[in-house]
Ligand binder design. Structure first.
Ligand code: SF4
Length: 338
């Protein structure tokens, strides 16, 4: 447990958390929406500090990052909790399932230990992922500072629903961020995630402006986020505000592993291909389908001469690029290689 880095004290021992865009006002003995921040006698505490619920070594492509340290593996960690409650959540057991428990579950691992594990396994990066890392900001930030000192990279896999204050705290130590734009409809965010769209877009723009490598992911949910209009709006936002070199991952939804949408079918491959075509037509250089291994739409082609530069089958990567350049025409492929 650690006192929160970002909160305001209000009257009658109430506090207002400044961590994410919910800005919860919390009365004594109560917790915020994320379930991991508690007001204890007028002070706000992160109950999940140092309590890792998941620690794995994952291919960086699983996050997904396709242009950041391609072909590498990343130490991937999470605590319980989330500031969203997405109906489609695949990690709902750790994002929501603990909320009735008094004790926050997780293995006690100090930031030093996480960095030590990363170095010991010869991994180049640490990813804060699986649940929303903003809700374990204190823990992540302390690890990030140590990781940076040790020459490691830090990546966030985020829903983007953080406050500007949180973003400004992490940006100096953050190398890459994959942000979900789940839909371009605020109604979707309110109804299916318990959040709002605008703060997500603001975070994406701030990350880009600050020089953090950015990739965007949209999980395509049949009937909820699979319209052409939705694809067009997201693609236009990426092109206009984040730049044509920002990769866009359009990934397949699976009802059976979702929290509350088990009645919905998997996203048809044809719908993913449609999103891919719309992204390309909008001018995006790198659009990728995800969760359907074997489609050529998960490969990197040179945007200039269309030559295959990175061949992917799921998380297996075969690179043909020379130092991040197209093997045929030497065009820059916007890869972060170290
Ligand atoms: S992190 Fe977000 S959801 Fe959690 S208490 Fe703070 S404002 Fe509320």
């Amino acid at each position: 447990m650690k006192e929160s880095y970002l909160y305001k004290k209000l009257s009658e021992k109430k506090v207002q958390c400044q961590n994410c865009a919910h800005f919860c006002v919390i009365t004594p003995s109560e917790r915020g929406i994320c379930g991991v921040r508690e007001n204890q006698d007028g002070k706000l505490f992160a109950l999940n500090y140092g309590k890792a619920i998941a620690v794995n070594v994952d291919p960086i492509e699983k996050k997904p990052f396709f242009h950041f340290l391609p072909g590498s593996h990343s130490l991937s960690i999470a605590t319980v909790g989330c500031n969203f409650r997405c109906d489609n959540c695949q990690n709902w057991n750790i994002s929501q399932g603990f909320k009735k428990l008094k004790e926050i579950p997780g293995e006690h691992l100090e930031p030093e230990k996480i960095v030590e594990m990363t170095l010991k396994n010869n991994l180049p990066s640490i990813s804060y992922t699986y649940t929303e890392p903003t809700i374990f900001l204190e823990y992540a930030l302390d690890i990030m500072k140590l990781a940076r000192k040790a020459g490691l990279k830090n990546t966030f896999v985020s829903n983007g629903f953080m406050s500007k204050e949180s973003a400004k705290l992490i940006i100096p130590y953050l190398d890459a961020n994959n942000i979900d734009i789940k839909s371009f409809s605020d109604e979707f965010y309110q109804k299916h995630c318990g959040g709002k769209l605008q703060p997500v877009l603001d975070t994406a723009k701030l990350m880009k402006k600050s020089g953090v490598w950015l990739e965007i992911t949209t999980l395509v949910i049949p009937t909820l986020s699979d319209s052409e209009e939705n694809f067009q709006k997201i693609a236009k936002f990426i092109f206009d505000e984040l730049g044509s070199e920002t990769p866009w991952h359009v990934t397949q939804f699976s009802g059976i592993i979702s929290w509350k949408l088990k009645n919905l079918p998997d996203t048809p491959v044809e719908t993913l291909k449609k999103a891919y075509r719309i992204g390309k037509k909008a001018g995006l250089k790198y659009v990728y389908t995800g969760n359907v291994p074997g489609l050529e739409h998960e490969d990197t082609f040179c945007p200039k001469c269309k030559t295959l530069a990175i061949d992917r089958v799921g998380y297996f990567v075969q690179r043909y690029d020379k130092s991040g350049k197209c093997p045929k025409c030497n065009n820059d492929l916007n890869l972060i290689l170290k």
